[in-house]
Write a protein that binds this ligand. Structure first.
Ligand code: GDP
Ligand code: IMO
Ligand code: MG
Length: 432
């Protein structure tokens, strides 16, 4: 079985964690290929009294599937304290994390980059991005500037010392002279990073080679994105984006798996839209309807606890996600959250200065001024959380799904009707 890519279609938090977990025991490896602990995936396992909730940030969602190899790919940026904290937390709850593999080429989030992320945001004031403050942007900037620290650097103290010295020569100047903060001591940073080396060493592998061998054996590899299409550094709502490639193309560079091995691209899309942080959001609801979606959908960030901005489904964004990622299947999540609404508006196009846009405007200035053109669908009141087939859905819910599918131009192969693993309508097999 070739590799399968799984991405977010909107601005993140679509339910990628649940969707990956859903693929379950038929998956041999789940690779996180971008981002870091800016991601937050909530996965709910079991039902009734036995219902257990897991919040993952750095570990791939496959960690909860016995027998699956979770891989942190070369495209990820790793906060080592968070990594081991998360491993310990899961082990403490009886989850076996022993199969975890980490790329030696992944970059490490150094403490100065966490500080720089936070002070830069403060410095930007009203123009801030609203980052998670985890050091993601500065660490990717270092990677591109070729002054980053990689996992493999931790195992040679001289190399590590030289690299931290090189980075701090520049960073301390910025911290002290521009931001009026204290500089970092090279030895203290080296000691902190090196303190993880012994525990990290047995996890490190040549992950592109390992994945190639798995694919050659006919095993199934899922490449799981953090963040989402509109947060992608190239294809998102720049500059209000994250600093990595969260779209399907990024799955190749971030894992070392070539495009010719990818057979399917699954995009996870919410039945409405949310966004955390700053930036344009055409269908955002600033009224009681937005509050209703936030409360019914428990739309509070898994990572920072911030309330998520909420709005109606945006089919222009869905179509864009299909085009940019080459989506073969959608997983539509949180349909249950819309239950009880009299009617459900869907944005089918935008208007900018009186001109209609059926596709995302190329220019961000236009996107920021886009006014949604809505088509309104009748709602439903029946509880749908027990629906397991399309026929179990009320007619209006089924019509809503069918209308979205047509607008976003790729089949909806699964539908989430609740947070639990089993609270899903499987329309089509996502792997075969
Ligand atoms: P991710 O970052 O894309 O993995 O998504 P998050 O975990 O940050 O946010 C999705 C939230 O929605 C989580 O709390 C999930 O448990 C929850 N969730 C996922 N699918 C469904 C669904 O179909 N219905 C409901 N009600 N909740 C869902
Ligand atoms: P998952 O994987 C939602 C947003 C931040 C901010 C912008 C840049 O759970 O879907 P960063 O710290 O990455 O430099 O912040 O990106 N952001 C997310 N929003 N879900 C996420 O991840 C996000 N990761 C980053 O809120 O607007
Ligand atoms: Mg999330």
């Amino acid at each position: 079985m070739p590799a399968v890519v799984l991405v977010g279609a909107q601005w993140g938090d679509e339910g990628k964690g649940k969707a990956t977990d859903l693929l379950g025991s038929r998956v041999d490896a789940v690779v996180k290929f971008n981002g870091g602990n800016n991601a937050g995936h909530t996965i709910v396992i079991g039902s009734g009294e036995a219902r257990e909730k897991y919040a993952l940030h750095l570990l791939p969602s496959g960690i909860l599937t016995p027998g699956c190899t979770p891989v942190i790919g070369n495209g990820v940026v790793i906060d080592l304290g968070v990594l081991f904290g998360e491993i310990d937390g899961l082990e403490g709850r009886g989850v076996d994390t022993s199969k975890l593999v980490v790329s030696g080429s992944a970059h490490v989030i150094a403490p100065y980059n966490r500080t720089l992320d936070q002070v830069t945001e403060r410095f930007l004031g009203k123009s801030k991005i609203g980052t998670t403050g985890r050091g993601i942007g500065p660490t990717y900037a270092d990677k591109m500037s070729r002054i980053g620290i990689r996992v493999q650097d931790l195992f040679d103290r001289d190399v590590l010392h030289a690299k931290v010295t090189g980075a701090l020569n520049l960073k301390n100047q910025v911290l002290v002279k521009i931001y009026n903060r204290k500089g970092f001591d090279v030895d203290a940073v080296v000691d902190e990073l090196a303190s993880y080396a012994e525990r990290l060493a047995p996890l490190v592998a040549d992950t592109p080679l390992l994945l190639e061998q798995m694919l050659d054996r006919g095993e199934t590899v899922v490449l799981e994105a953090g963040q989402a299409t509109l947060l992608d550094v190239d294809h998102g709502t720049y500059p209000f984006v994250t600093s990595s490639s969260a779209t399907a193309g990024g799955a190749c560079t971030g894992s070392g798996i070539p495009p010719t091995r990818i057979s399917r691209v699954i995009a996870v899309i919410k039945a409405y839209t949310t966004r955390v942080g700053e930036g344009p959001f055409p269908t955002e609801l600033l009224d009681d309807k937005g509050e209703l979606l936030r409360n019914n959908g428990a739309e509070f960030g898994t990572t920072t606890g911030r309330p998520r901005r909420c709005g109606w489904f945006d089919a222009v964004i869905g179509r864009y996600a299909t085009r940019i990622n080459g989506v073969t299947d959608f997983v539509l999540t949180k349909l249950d959250v819309l239950t009880g609404l009299d009617e459900v508006p869907v944005c089918v196009a935008y208007e900018v200065d009186g001109k209609r846009y059926d596709e995302l405007p190329m220019n961000q200035v236009d996107f920021a001024r886009a006014i949604p053109v809505y088509e309104t669908f009748p709602g439903w009141t029946e509880d749908i959380s027990a629906a397991r087939t399309l026929d179990d859905l009320p007619g209006n819910a089924r019509d809503y799904v069918a209308a979205l599918e047509k607008m976003i131009k790729a089949p909806i192969s699964a539908i989430g009707v609740g947070p639990g693993r089993d609270e899903t309508i499987a329309v089509r097999d996502l792997l075969n």
